[in-house]
Design a protein around this ligand. Structure first.
Ligand code: MLT
Length: 404
């Protein structure tokens, strides 16, 4: 008789955004006349930029001609895209990263879930609290997290680094030494970030204690302040302790197109073993490459027209962020984030729990957000709104909230 991976049985509830979708669907079915504004999941609403669409059309046409047809993509990514990434995302910022350290993928969600596979199950992970649920859940599936405490909503073998208004949302070095440190900066869900100098301290710490940093930079395009690093490789010593995960979902609207990449420097070694070689082996075995058409779309994000159009798109969403932030502040809410990230993190009013506020907002304003406690125990009493809606819906949502 076969056995299942019992670790899956340990996962409490369903994936956060699936739970929210079920609740909203139930509300919509019971209230078909209500118009719901969704500012929950960080899903983009603006169409793909014209320069990218043009590149995709061209690539589609190439696939229809015998001379230009492409079969399997190289499993680590086409050179045209890996070279464009090196030039634009790294060299331009003075980071020493080469094309054979870039692994093109179908997005940062899968990479951030899969990267733990190349590490021992005995490693101890440290996560910010609140945190993007994928980091913890993927480690639960792998059997790395110990026993779940239903009351505290924590895992016995996970180091939690609280990020709350008390510490300015800056994670502190944990008392217990971790092996793998997940950092997402600018941060999902709090919409806050840390300075380059503070990030340098994390790099120094990881190098000192022999930990690896799994650095999720999915929201990098939203950085507006000059003392914030766009890549962890801007910090000295990061090549020996950090893996960086990047996504095209948020900067180029590829949530449905699917494209991302992971950087594993060749200097990152555990003893004699190269993590770059391990990830190449894993990628080669389990992945057949992102589609040619999509990689051409990725390349177009770096063309002069593509860059200009995406800059406008980011500005559009950041105008939403400013609208949400100012509107909520006017209405008396305590609000964080929204300056270097497209998320607004607010304190729930009148000591409501995060889920109580979720229900209150859905029922009374017909606005969907994300309960902070869904991201971890320190998220309790907070609530996240995304700036990825349309401007019209964002304005309407804030008007409705103000009237409550
Ligand atoms: C979020 O809402 O936290 C994100 O959209 C989830 C994701 O990027 O997978």
């Amino acid at each position: 008789m076969y056995k299942i991976n019992d670790n899956y049985q340990k996962l409490p509830g369903s994936y956060l955004f699936s739970t929210i979708a079920k609740k909203v669907n139930a509300f919509t079915a019971a209230n078909p006349d209500k118009s719901i504004i969704r500012l929950g999941i960080g899903d983009v609403t603006q169409p793909i930029a014209p320069a990218i669409i043009e590149a995709m059309h061209k690539a589609v046409d190439e696939m229809g001609q015998a001379e230009t047809f492409r079969g399997y993509a190289p499993d680590l990514g086409y050179d045209f895209l890996r070279n464009a990434i090196v030039e634009n995302d790294y060299k331009s910022r003075g980071c020493d990263i080469s094309a054979d350290e870039i692994f093109v993928s179908d997005g940062a969600k899968s990479d951030s879930a899969n990267i733990q596979e190349i590490f021992s199950v005995d490693n101890k992970i440290a996560v910010c609290d609140p945190v993007y649920p994928v980091y913890v859940d993927s480690n639960v599936m792998a059997g790395r997290t110990g026993v779940y405490d239903t009351e505290k909503e924590t895992w016995s073998n996970v180091i939690y680094m609280p990020c709350t208004k008390e510490n300015g949302f800056v994670p502190e070095f944990p008392k217990e030494t971790p092996d793998m440190i997940y950092l997402c900066l600018p941060n999902n869900p709090t919409g806050t970030t840390i300075t380059k100098a503070q990030l340098q301290e994390w790099v120094d710490y990881a190098n000192k204690v022999g930990a690896v940093i799994l650095y999720d930079a999915a929201y990098e395009a939203y950085i507006s302040e000059s003392d914030v690093a766009h890549s962890i490789y801007e910090c000295e010593g990061a090549r020996t302790c950090a893996i960086e995960l990047k996504s095209y979902s948020k900067n180029a609207g590829f949530t449905g197109v699917r494209l991302g990449y992971t950087v594993v420097p060749k200097d990152l070694k555990c003893g004699d073993v190269s993590l770059n070689a391990m990830w190449a082996r894993r990628h080669g075995t389990k992945f057949n490459g992102a589609p040619y058409i999509v990689q051409r779309a990725g390349e177009a994000t770096y063309s002069p027209e593509g860059k200009a159009q995406l800059k406008e798109q980011v500005a559009y969403y950041m105008k939403n962020a400013a609208t949400i932030k100012a509107g909520l502040q006017d209405a008396g809410y305590t609000v964080f984030g929204g300056v270097n990230a497209p998320y607004i993190w607010l304190k729930t009013p009148e000591n409501m729990t995060s889920w109580e506020f979720f229900d209150y907002l859905l029922e009374n304003a017909n606005v969907v957000g994300t309960p902070g406690s869904g991201f971890g125990p320190s998220g309790e009493g907070y609530f996240r709104l995304t700036a990825f809606g349309t401007y019209e819906n964002t304005v309407a949502a804030i008007e409705r909230i103000k009237k409550l």
